[in-house]
Design a protein around this ligand. Structure first.
Ligand SMILES: [Zn+2]
Length: 194
């Protein structure tokens, strides 16, 4: 019995490994729930599922057809570390599974879906991919998406301060990581069995 093949060392963590989730939180935290624009009606959810050609008894991932567990932003909220202006409204959200949501990240859906990205529908060999792509294009054309202009609403000063805060958190994380690496290496050296 090869017991060693059952063993996996947990992946070491880095403070700077949280960098992009911090960026996402700086963007997600400024996007409000605008009632009634964003909260959908029962009719709108039905219409959404109809456009996606979904049987209302099963709640499927629009990208791959697996059981859906969440609603994913079709147009990403974040691009190049900045908000795109898109928000969480029904016509910018599609039912998705965790695998697709994670694999897609902030990538545009149409390039990601047929890419060889890890866990993408294409790389998982989803058989009705072309039909799904067609439905997603229809979904995208359904209603005009809201595009928020943050800076013009809150003013230049607040907007710049928000990004200065982001920069400062990122710099602190980098400094903290440098010290963490030093500590890590000192401990590794002290405990190394020669
Ligand atoms: Zn999926």
């Amino acid at each position: 019995m090869d017991y060693l093949s059952l063993f996996r060392m947990p992946t070491p963590m880095k403070i700077t490994g949280r960098s992009s989730s911090i960026t996402n939180s700086f963007i997600n935290s400024i996007i409000p729930i605008i009632v009634p624009i964003i909260v959908p009606t029962n009719e709108q959810v039905k219409e959404a599922l109809d456009i996606l050609g979904m049987d209302h008894d099963s709640f499927q991932c629009a990208y791959c057809g697996a059981t859906a567990s969440e609603w994913d932003h079709l147009r990403p909220l974040v691009l190049n570390k900045k908000p795109t202006g898109y928000v969480s409204e029904i016509h910018n959200l599609v039912p998705a599974c965790g695998k697709c949501n994670q694999s897609k990240g902030n990538k545009p859906w149409h390039t990601w879906i047929t890419s060889s990205a890890k866990l993408s529908p294409k790389s998982r060999g989803v058989s009705d991919l072309n039909q799904r792509i067609e439905a997603l294009h229809k979904y995208e054309a359904w209603l005009e998406p809201t595009k928020v202009d943050f800076e013009s609403v809150v003013g230049k000063e607040k907007w710049e301060q928000h990004w200065a805060n982001w920069e400062s958190v990122q710099n602190t994380m980098r400094e903290a990581q440098t010290l963490a690496t030093e500590i890590n290496q000192a401990i590794a050296k002290a405990y190394a069995k020669l």
